[in-house]
Design a protein around this ligand. Structure first.
Ligand SMILES: C[S@@+](CC[C@H](N)C(=O)[O-])C[C@H]1O[C@@H](n2cnc3c(N)ncnc32)[C@H](O)[C@@H]1O
Length: 249
């Protein structure tokens, strides 16, 4: 069985596997904190936007929104929903002008897909470049604790009429990467089941690694919070949100 690239064949099933709820719950929470931080602006980029669910929410809220993602297949599945406001881009190289954005967001552990520290540094530098001074970058991460303790060894199965999935994850202490093998069985119109597999690698970052990379990129942590507990992160936090501000000058 040959694996297909992450978010290639899964893209057409992404919306039906319940993954798109997260961004709809998280956006009001993110915006409330931005307002508390006295952020104002209208030009927003949702990075690693997947199938584009945040874009129409932003447009409805009066923002000028754009979504970007590496996966062409994810974008194709979101094109209508986002009214075409999508572009294909790697978040380490954005085809956007310097200082052209007020806010960049990246939801649902997309940043964990950067499996090397150099990639994290490149992405933060690129986001800092496209933000205006005083602009914000908000993203969430699966913590190292989640990937190394809660995901390690999981085997989750789900069965629906036309779709069966098996998710298995293993943690590598030497690379700090969790590899999630997602196996899909999809029933076609002829009733036959077709199998494909994707491997999704997510890196667990330490706070020190993040702090160093954030500072080096010319960003500063304005707020950080445990998403579930809604308080300062602890060693047990599962998902953490960062509000980073682009330094002036
Ligand atoms: C868990 S999905 C989240 C999608 C969307 N933000 C959501 O909340 O539904 C992770 C996304 O990150 C994207 N991604 C991974 N690596 C990327 C990269 N280097 N540049 C841009 N997007 C990337 C994937 O294609 C995928 O759409």
């Amino acid at each position: 069985m040959t694996d297909v690239p992450p978010y290639s064949r899964y893209a057409s099933l992404y919306d039906q596997t319940g993954q798109t709820e997260f961004v709809r719950w998280a956006w009001p929470y993110v915006l409330a904190h931005l307002r508390r931080l006295d952020w104002h602006g209208e030009r927003v980029l949702d990075l690693a936007c997947g199938t584009g669910w945040l874009v129409p929410i932003l447009v409805e809220g009066g923002f000028r929104a754009l979504g970007a993602d590496l996966s062409r297949e994810m974008l194709l599945n979101g094109l209508d929903r986002a009214g075409g406001r999508l572009l294909q881009a790697d978040f380490r190289a954005l085809p956007l002008a310097t200082g052209s954005l007020d806010l960049v967001t990246s939801f649902y552990d997309s940043v964990n897909y950067l499996t090397h520290l150099g990639d994290l540094a490149a992405m933060l530098a690129e986001v800092a470049r496209v933000l205006r001074p005083g602009g914000y970058f908000v993203f969430d991460l699966n913590t190292r604790h989640t990937l190394s303790e809660h995901w390690q060894g999981i085997c989750q199965t789900r069965l629906a009429d036309d779709l069966a999935t098996i998710w298995e994850a293993t943690w590598d202490e030497t690379t700090n990467v969790s590899s999630l093998r997602a196996t899909f069985f999809v029933r076609g119109d002829d009733g036959r089941w077709d199998r494909f597999d994707e491997v999704h690698d997510e890196r667990g970052f330490t706070s020190a690694e993040l702090d160093r990379a954030i500072r080096a990129a010319g960003l500063k942590v304005a707020h950080v919070e445990d998403y579930h507990a809604r308080r300062k992160p602890t060693g047990d936090s599962r998902r953490v949100f960062y509000w980073l501000k682009r330094r002036k000058g």
